[in-house]
Design a protein around this ligand. Structure first.
Ligand code: UDP
Length: 239
């Protein structure tokens, strides 16, 4: 995995909730912010996609229309984006939040050329409100934004695990850990890493991915420095 210019970091809602599982955890967020600054100090441009599962998951709400539920989910990601922005600015990183659903009083609209310009100027760009469309996830958003901004790779931080396994390592002692995988294997083995649309998008466009444990945020810095952490997906593995 060679990251020399630009990365897309996916921060799930769970990562921002720390051990609490719901809402925001200042300590967890500040720790992540600190390592993002370390990555920035390596002269790597950073785009971040934030999830919203610490507030709401559209597909889990049975008593309402899915479109409405997903809209609520996307708004949850905006709250997370603003919180991450505050944490990064507190440690003197310049940032912009861009939203896929327009809310001009709160943040810029998503405009890819503008995002790239910000990145080139050293600003961290936080992409909020997912794709702006229901029935998608922030994993698909990560794949999309990574391709749009021309990232070298997507780095997905997972909580409660440090890599991709064939089954939940917290429940099964015999779970097999993968150091490298192809997107095809993720799809055929039905590994619950990302949803199928995100996986296909990455596979079709040859976008490398690293899945790592965000419980230890320092992993982010190690990956960017070239250490083999977590599971590396795609790139040469899919050829
Ligand atoms: N969401 C959506 N469209 C998108 C991205 C997200 O409708 O393009 C909604 C969806 O309801 C999802 C919620 O926002 O459940 C939070 O996103 P996600 O579950 O991907 O967050 P994560 O699991 O990464 O915290």
């Amino acid at each position: 995995m060679y990251i020399n210019k630009r990365v897309l970091i996916k921060l799930s809602g769970e990562a921002l909730a720390g051990g609490k599982g719901f809402g925001m955890d200042d300590n967890a967020i500040n720790n992540i912010a600190k390592t993002i600054k370390e990555v920035h100090d390596l002269n790597v441009q950073i785009g971040i996609v934030v999830g919203g599962g610490n507030f709401w998951r559209g597909r889990n709400q049975d008593d309402m229309d899915r479109t409405v539920s997903d809209n609520i989910g996307m708004l949850g990601t905006v709250m997370n984006a603003l919180r991450v922005q505050a944490a990064l600015e507190k440690i003197n990183l310049e940032t912009r939040v861009q939203t896929a659903i327009q809310m001009n009083e709160v943040a810029e609209p998503f405009i890819v050329r503008r995002a790239i310009r910000h990145l080139e100027k050293g600003r961290v760009v936080i992409f909020a409100a997912g794709t702006g469309h229901p029935y998608f996830s922030t994993d698909t958003t990560s794949a999309l934004r990574a391709l749009e901004i021309g990232a070298d790779a997507i780095l997905i931080g997972k909580t409660g695990t440090d890599a991709i396994y064939d089954k939940d390592p917290n429940k099964f002692d015999d779970a097999v850990r993968y150091n490298e995988l192809s997107y095809k294997e993720i799809l055929t083995k039905n590994l619950g890493v990302m949803d199928a649309s995100a996986t296909s998008l990455c596979r079709d466009n040859n976008m490398p991915l690293v899945v790592f444990g965000i419980d230890n945020p320092e992993n982010l810095v190690k990956i960017v420095k070239g250490e083999k952490i977590g599971t590396i997906v795609g790139g040469d593995n899919d050829k």
